[in-house]
Write a protein that binds this ligand. Structure first.
Ligand code: FE2
Length: 336
């Protein structure tokens, strides 16, 4: 069954992955309900979870902000056991708004590295996404590339394709600059990016395609968008470059989840998160060409081809903490 995208205003129409044969306790099906802003295809992972545990997973889809508003509005009556989303910025916002309950889970503590989970155990990263530099090899030699900060240099004037400031991926990347370089330096860098932009985009796939067509020479995208485009168009003229390898390391963000404060089934919800971080980790990350958070699990061959990288060791929680500053820095710098 294809998962459906439901508007916020619709009554909760839960879409179960498997129609029949679920386990039951006291005649009741065991169900975990997930409000998910992950809108790509994770079906195989949740099917496997059902096969292994007999617990059904049902979804309501929406945007990050819509789902947070909904959980807030529903309060104690919410049907959400889990809020699942992309980017630590979104998870931190949900935590700040009191939407999660802390989990006491040695499974999650062992599987998820410390910098990819909330210091108060309210949310956990379940997969990694790396936001890095891509380039058109007809226009740029990799030796000309180095850091995100260097893309503010005049030599890149009119050559960059960038994601708009309204996007949380951009906001988290800028938050990492602020954490590393301070607000003043970050503002200078962001201003340089804005001055050097050939164009700004609302999605990363367009950035990949515009670098491929030569409309711009360099872009910044999440690695899995390049993987996805390459799967459909293996000859696309775009290469990946791991940013900041001789300095801070490349920017790594997460997608993840937490158990909601008023979950009806907190134990099943915790079990789902634990499974996704361990036994189900491979299926979960492969569904979106992401890197595993669990160091015992290997990346799938398609993205393993991008090679090894040094990752920035910043806590993902920092991206959430510095999100308001990141938005302010971009406004001050004229980065739209
Ligand atoms: Fe994405």
């Amino acid at each position: 069954m294809k998962l459906r995208h439901l508007p916020l205003v619709a009554a909760l129409v839960v879409t179960s992955l498997l129609a029949a044969g679920c386990a039951s306790v006291g005649g009741q099906d065991q169900v975990v309900r997930v409000y998910s802003a992950r809108q790509y295809d994770l079906e195989p992972a949740f099917q496997k979870f059902f096969q292994e545990t007999g617990i059904k997973v049902e979804f309501l889809y929406g945007t990050d902000a819509e789902l947070r508003e909904r959980i807030k509005a529903e309060g104690k009556d919410t049907l959400a056991d889990v809020y699942m989303t992309v980017d630590a910025g979104n998870l931190a916002t949900a935590a700040k708004d009191g939407m999660f309950q802390p989990l006491d889970s040695t499974v999650l503590d062992d599987a998820v590295p410390k910098n990819f989970r909330d210091p108060e155990d309210r949310w956990f990263g379940l997969s990694e996404r790396v936001r890095t530099i891509i380039y058109n090899p007809d226009k740029v030699k990799p030796s000309e590339l180095s850091t995100y900060e260097d893309l503010a240099n005049l030599k890149w004037k009119g050559r960059l394709c960038l994601r708009r400031s309204t996007n949380v991926y951009t906001q988290s990347l800028v938050a990492s600059l602020i954490a590393r370089d301070g607000e003043q330096k970050a503002t200078e860098v962001v201003k340089g990016w804005a001055d050097n932009a050939a164009d700004m985009f609302n999605n990363d796939v367009e950035i990949v395609n515009n670098v491929g067509s030569g409309r711009c020479d360099v872009g910044i995208v999440n690695h899995y968008y390049l993987a996805r485009v390459m799967q459909e168009n293996p000859d696309i003229n775009v290469k990946l470059f791991w940013a900041n390898q001789s300095t801070s390391g490349v920017h790594v963000n997460i997608s993840g989840a937490g158990v909601t404060r008023y979950a009806d089934n907190p134990d099943l919800a915790q079990k789902l998160l634990e499974w996704l971080a361990t036994d189900g980790q491979q299926e979960f990350v492969n569904g979106n060409n992401e890197y595993p958070v669990n160091p015992d699990v290997k990346p799938d061959p398609l993205i393993a081809k991008f090679g090894e990288f040094k990752a920035d060791s910043l806590d993902a929680a920092t991206f959430g903490e510095l999100n308001p500053e990141a938005i302010k820095v971009m406004a001050d710098a004229g980065y739209e």
